[in-house]
Design a binder for this molecule. Sequence first.
Ligand code: AMP
Length: 470
Amino acid sequence: MPKVDKKAEEEEEAEKKRKAKRAKTFQTVRGMRDILPKDQPYWQRLRKVVEKIALDYNYERIDMPVLESREMFERGTGKTTDIVEKEMFKFKTKGGDDVCLRPEGTPSVMRAYLQHGMQSKQKPVKLFYSGPMYRYDRPQEGRYREFFQFGFEAIGEQEAILDAQLIQLAYRVFQTVGLKNIALQLNSIGCKECRLKYNKLLVSYLNNRKAALCMDCKKRLKKNPLRILDCKEEKCAQVVFQAPQTVDQLCDDCKNHFTMLLESLDEIDIPYTINPRLVRGLDYYSKTVFEFFPESSEEETQGALGGGGRYDYLAESLGGPETPGVGFACGMDRVVLEMARQNTKSYVIPVAKVYLVQLGDLAKKKSLKIFDELERAGIMVAESFGKKNLKSQLRLANQKGVSIVLILGQREALDETIILKDMESGSQEVVTFQKVVDDVKKRLKKSADIAANKAKKEKDAQKKLKALNK
Ligand code: AMP
């Protein structure tokens, strides 16, 4: 019987391979990628940490659609920004609506805030999200066309303490996932008035040096001069080096706001560098702007793990009332890359300690029920319902290193009993269906207690050894 099964299995495998060869296979679209199970432990750890810290800091989760109105990003993020002008995936629906795949989350959160009348809630309204974003950029490591961000937004208040608290929160996320040496850069670009004054000064400075700018920056000079400050071209960086600085043009209110932020960061021992060329490139920013870098790549914007700032005019540009806000977003793909680079602890995916083996059609059917009962009782069970042969199932159980194997053969299925094999002691007994959940539970508890005891003894022994060596 096992011999026939093996032959049938081999034949099945060979046929599968022949079929795959005949079929045309597909690949992911450029710039998109699968995040495979083997990569999930870091992702899972990051997701869990973000959720835990959101809870600790009183942020509520919000999920926005991936498809949004194109005009919303043109008005919110800004028509002349790279994200909107060059990188947006935009199209018309069959019904003629102009839509796009969201390139970032902040305008969507503000839209949701206005659309659902969250102004009436107690302020600040604290929201967080995570999900995919889309930008049509040149793909490379750490830069994809579909990437994932988590973001936090505190809407409704303008106190600088909120900016400081958001930075503290971001730091907590980095710290909790195990990242070290994260550098914070910040700047203040002031309010509307400061920006107007500063823009004039900057344009007059740059007009005199126009010839030395790259083609893009020559265009930016008319459309969005602030963007020239963070251009990555070497020749522009040289021109910008001596340019007037935003912090020198702040009005009293903006100056106080920035000072309060810096003093608050000092209070919580978060180190920072003021970068006068940091402007963050999007239209909606005002006052505070900041970015986080892993220390190894501080120089490249491409290496930024995340960034954010204040957006006190965003609500108005989306047609809402004056509403201050502050937030940040982090690239999850980049945080995960950095976690791998720094070899941080990843999430330990729980594994089953019980394996369910079945033999014959009736046992197969009954196994589903046993599996369901164990799962409902909170017991993880591994199985291979697609297999027929006892040997191959036991081999798999062994590979998984389970402590209990449950064997349901044809006879047991008729008697409504099951063979319980304790892999640690090697003992075996027959238990009834009614008793199996309780029995497994007790045995798992016992073996967990033994393991905990053993671990404690080892730890104590190590402590003693250390004390003796001192
Ligand atoms: P931004 O608001 O554009 O500064 O984006 C915030 C963060 O999202 C960045 O610091 C990156 O970590 C991440 N990010 C932005 N664009 C991409 C991309 N194309 N691929 C991967 N991550 C990205």
